[in-house]
Write a new protein. Structure first.
Length: 272
């Protein structure tokens, strides 16, 4: 006989329903086959679905898009942390510890915010902007102020917020990326945040990600140098939109966000 476990639909990096970035969260009572997790992520059809199972003093955490497993995901980790505290699976006074493909990640609750401790994923500059990026975003080489790359993504900096907001990508031109590309600029004055960004990852089944925590592990060190500040606020300007507070902390980046559960349900585990 098959058993069932809890599964949640959480809006992350927002405190307003149907904004921010949605993630699935599935709390398992034992390890399950990788194919099953990938099938569930495809069924959920969200940017990422997080799968948790108890490990030592924390949880083994894996993230799947509808088409692939990824090495690091901020919003689904935020969602997982939120669910653990909200359901009482973890006491709200205790940190959430996650063992992942990117090492140990931790989250703590700080009043109305969740603070996550993530690796610093700084970009290194490239000599030229790849042609497929220029063509994919209908940019000229002179439109790009900076082009860099970290172990996951490309970082493209353009002149202003209007340029970021007006992008209409040709996703077929962006299919050869290892994971994705973030396009960013300084924010317009008096917006309440320091920089704006958008993130595109068609190669892993996510044409435009609504709010990308892991991208801010790269955006934070870049904009910290520009502003000469260690604490900044970023806004990801997707259709849903979301705010990410970032703090540069030596070789780590602290990401702060909010989350709320919109759907709770059960899912059948496979017979095996």
């Amino acid at each position: 006989m098959s058993s069932e476990v809890d599964i949640f639909h959480v809006d992350a990096f927002t405190n307003v329903p149907f904004k921010g970035n949605s993630a699935g969260v599935c709390i398992l009572n034992k390890p399950v086959p990788e194919k099953w997790m990938q099938d569930v992520a495809q069924e959920m059809n969200l940017a990422e679905t997080a799968f948790l199972v108890r490990e030592n003093d924390g949880y083994n955490l894996r993230w799947f898009t509808p088409t692939a497993e990824v090495d690091l995901c901020g919003h689904a980790t935020l969602a997982a942390s939120h669910v653990l505290w909200e359901t009482g699976a973890l006491d709200i006074s205790k940190p959430a510890k996650f063992y992942t493909r990117s090492g140990l990640l931790t989250s703590v609750k700080t009043k109305d915010w969740i603070q996550m401790d993530f690796p610093r994923e700084e970009a290194v500059p490239l000599t030229d902007t790849p042609v497929n990026i220029l063509e994919g975003f209908n940019l000229k080489a002179e439109d790009v102020i900076y082009c860099g790359k970290n172990r996951f993504d490309l970082l493209i900096v353009v002149a202003n917020e209007e340029r970021v907001l007006s992008l209409k990508p040709n996703f077929l031109k962006l299919m050869d990326l290892p994971r994705g590309v973030m396009v960013t600029s300084v924010a317009d004055p008096n917006k309440g945040y320091h920089f704006v960004s958008r993130f595109f990852a068609p190669a892993v089944g996510v044409n435009e990600d609504p709010v990308t925590g892991s991208a801010h592990c790269c955006l934070c060190p870049y904009w910290s140098k520009i502003f000469n500040k260690t604490e900044l606020i970023g806004y990801q300007a997707s259709k849903r939109g979301g705010q990410v507070k970032v703090i540069l902390n030596d070789k780590r980046v602290l990401l702060l966000g909010q989350a709320l559960t919109t759907i709770r349900g059960k899912i059948q585990l496979p017979n095996y």
